[in-house]
Design a protein around this ligand. Structure first.
Ligand code: NFS
Ligand code: SF4
Length: 631
């Protein structure tokens, strides 16, 4: 095997330590494979099409208009269709997750699920009101039933507008109506997008992008928003709490269990299992001091936000954490689960389990999780972890020492409360601080980590530059964990902020970087934007707000879909790594310029974090100027 300069792979100390160990022990992982596998230069620029058997057709990315596909498809059609398929897949992932949450909610309401209950009745009423349900004088269960039926339309409705369209600022909604992109129901939009991107259907990139927007909006204001809202109703709306991230949260003398995935149900039941006195007793009988539960990726970010469960690391650390040898069991559900985990787990005797019927991995034991009897699965996994602790641990365990504490769990409701104070919960103070210039604007920095760039580095440098320039940063997903590891989720991180932002942070006692949870919780950012518009003083549509978004190290199709729903909602959204278009083509110009002229947001691209920050800041300043609140 080649020698790598491992420091180029990651800025995460713990991951680096584990990569050194993996290299010494000959354990393969995604970082090493990425170094071995050069991306295809044609595919990278989205200049190939395999949508039919007359192809696959490859165009020349250096001279994109010199050829067309066998069917005559131009570079703009090919790239737009490829983009559409990414949006469709990303939207499908989030909306299927949201629909699962709604299934669980229905079964809780009709009494078939007994392990979960409606935990946040206030939120239930608020969400019901927001979609036009009369709540006065009604029992909780009655409201819940009505809410279920209303939210089901998010998925199954064939005509009309999805329920949460009612939360969209009127001017933004008007733009969508004019363009014909208000989603009807997610299933319909995804189906239509798959149809339109089939060989020989939609061959006008502008028309394809309209349906991309409609489908993506069915995710952001649909599937993802349902996932967030129902999870809050069932498991509690997050409130700020201090919690720890990083691999130092593993305990050598404990049974260590990691839950890695996206749906909070598995995690919630695992919390119950590891707190079961009978199982704790069993762990002790096996010689352990106790059971340590940790999260990874997005359900981990939710459990961190809601319950303060420690988080072991983001997407590019999931193999590395197994290299510690300390993980007794890892349970996965859906999304962002690398197949490579299976090999690494075998090297260290870690028990890896798939739990969701949608996600099995060849050679990995499957213990199916059913919400009606959830503990059957999670108790079993705990028992298997105890067994591995007792009989299957490797001779050498190395746990990287870092634990980084920070404040997590800023729901959009809490931001309201925190800034407005107990008696006048409102976004008004945020708007006022933006208008008076103490806060220049708000940036959402979100998304994955990707072995094509140095892990965490772009996230951290970007966010530092933004707060230095008085831009308040909100975060979700793997990006939030990157910044938490860098220590920026603490109120004292305000010293890194510009004077204005620092002053607001000190007055309120909040960090300059607010963690909102998982990737589906990007819907919290949309709601916060809608609130900022509603409060007034910052324009009439989301496109008027001095805000911007970024996913600097993205890798997944879900991220592309999130980017598209932010753009369609009116937000300038900058991605890093690579972007699946060719500069200079009509499709590229459409995404990067014309969408803004149509009253939406637009895409941006940069790989350097400082450049990315200044693109976002320039956009924020442009919006401030248009609002007449410059300087
Ligand atoms: Ni979001 Fe969460 Fe992470 Fe990327 Fe994957 S875990 S849903 S897709 S890698 S941020
Ligand atoms: Fe080639 Fe057209 Fe078939 Fe795509 S749809 S593979 S461009 S012939």
């Amino acid at each position: 095997k080649k020698e790598y300069n491992l420091k180029e792979f990651t800025t995460c100390e713990s991951t680096l330590m584990m990569l050194q160990k993996a290299a010494a022990e000959g354990v393969d992982n995604a970082f090493f494979r990425a170094a071995e596998m050069k991306p295809c230069p044609i595919g990278m620029e989205s200049a190939c099409c395999k949508h039919c058997a007359m192809g696959p057709c490859r165009l020349n990315p250096k001279d994109p208009y010199s050829r067309v596909g066998v069917c005559g498809a131009t570079i703009d059609t090919i790239a737009a269709r490829n983009f559409a398929r990414m949006v469709a897949s990303g939207a499908a992932a989030h909306t299927d997750h949201g629909m699962t949450m709604l299934d669980v909610f229905r079964d809780v309401v009709n009494g078939k699920i007994k392990d979960y209950k409606i935990k946040d009745e206030v939120k239930l009423r608020e969400v019901a009101k927001s979609v036009g349900i009369e709540v006065e004088g009604k029992e909780t269960l009655e409201i819940a039933k009505e809410l279920y039926h209303e939210l089901e339309k998010t998925y199954t409705q064939v005509e009309g507008e999805i329920p949460f369209a009612k939360r969209v600022p009127p001017k933004t909604l008007e733009t969508w109506r004019k363009l014909g992109i208000v989603p009807r129901g997610a299933m319909r939009e995804i189906m239509e997008l798959m149809h339109r991107s089939h060989m020989g259907v939609d061959q006008d990139y502008r028309n394809i992008v309209l349906q991309c927007s409609r489908t993506a909006l069915a995710d952001g204001w649909g599937g993802s928003m349902v996932a967030t809202e129902i999870s809050d109703i069932l498991f509690g709306t997050p409130k700020p709490l201090v919690a720890a991230v990083n691999m130092g949260n593993l305990k050598e003398d404990h049974v260590n269990i990691i839950v890695h995935g996206h749906e909070p149900n598995l995690f919630e039941s695992m919390i119950d299992s590891v707190n079961d006195p009978k199982l704790i007793e069993k762990a002790k009988e096996a010689g352990a001091k106790g059971i340590q539960l940790l999260g990874m990726c997005c359900s981990g970010a939710e459990a961190l936000s809601r319950h303060g469960i420690p988080h072991a690391g983001n997407f590019m650390s999931t193999e590395a954490v197994l290299v510690t040898g300390a993980v007794d069991a890892m349970a996965v559900d859906v999304q962002c689960i690398k197949q490579g985990l299976s090999t690494v787990a075998k090297c260290y005797g870690t028990r890896l389990f798939t739990t969701n019927p949608r996600c099995k991995i060849e050679g990995v034991e499957h213990i199916e999780f059913h919400e009606r009897e959830p503990r059957k699965c999670t108790d079993k996994i705990v028992e298997m972890a105890i067994e591995r602790f007792k009989n299957g641990r490797p001779d050498r365990i190395v746990i990287p020492p870092r634990r980084d504490f920070g404040v997590h769990g800023f729901s959009h409701e809490y931001i309201n409360y925190m800034l407005g104070g107990t008696f006048r919960a409102s976004y008004k103070p945020l708007n006022e601080n933006i208008i008076n210039g103490k806060i220049r604007g708000v940036a959402g920095v979100v998304g994955c980590t990707n072995p094509r760039v140095r892990q965490d580095w772009v996230h951290v440098e970007l966010v530092k530059e933004l707060i230095k320039n008085n831009v308040l940063v909100v975060q979700t997903g793997c990006s939030q964990i990157a910044l938490a590891k860098a220590g920026l989720m603490k109120p004292d991180a305000a010293v890194l902020a510009g004077d204005g932002l620092a002053e607001v942070c000190e007055a309120v006692g909040m960090p300059p970087v607010l963690g909102l949870g998982s990737c589906v919780d990007n819907s919290r950012i949309l709601i916060a934007c809608a609130e900022m518009v509603r409060i007034g003083g910052l324009g009439e549509s989301i496109a008027d707000l001095p805000v911007a978004g970024a996913a600097p190290e993205y890798m997944s199709e879900k991220a592309i879909c999130i980017g598209q729903y932010f753009v369609a909602s009116g937000v300038y959204t900058v991605f890093g790594v690579t972007f699946p278009t060719i500069e200079g083509t009509k499709f590229h110009k459409h995404l990067f310029e014309e969408l803004e002229e149509m009253g939406l947001g637009k895409w941006g691209f940069a790989t350097d974090p400082i450049e990315m920050a200044h693109k976002m800041i320039a956009h924020i300043d442009k919006k401030r100027e248009a609002l007449g609140i410059m300087g």
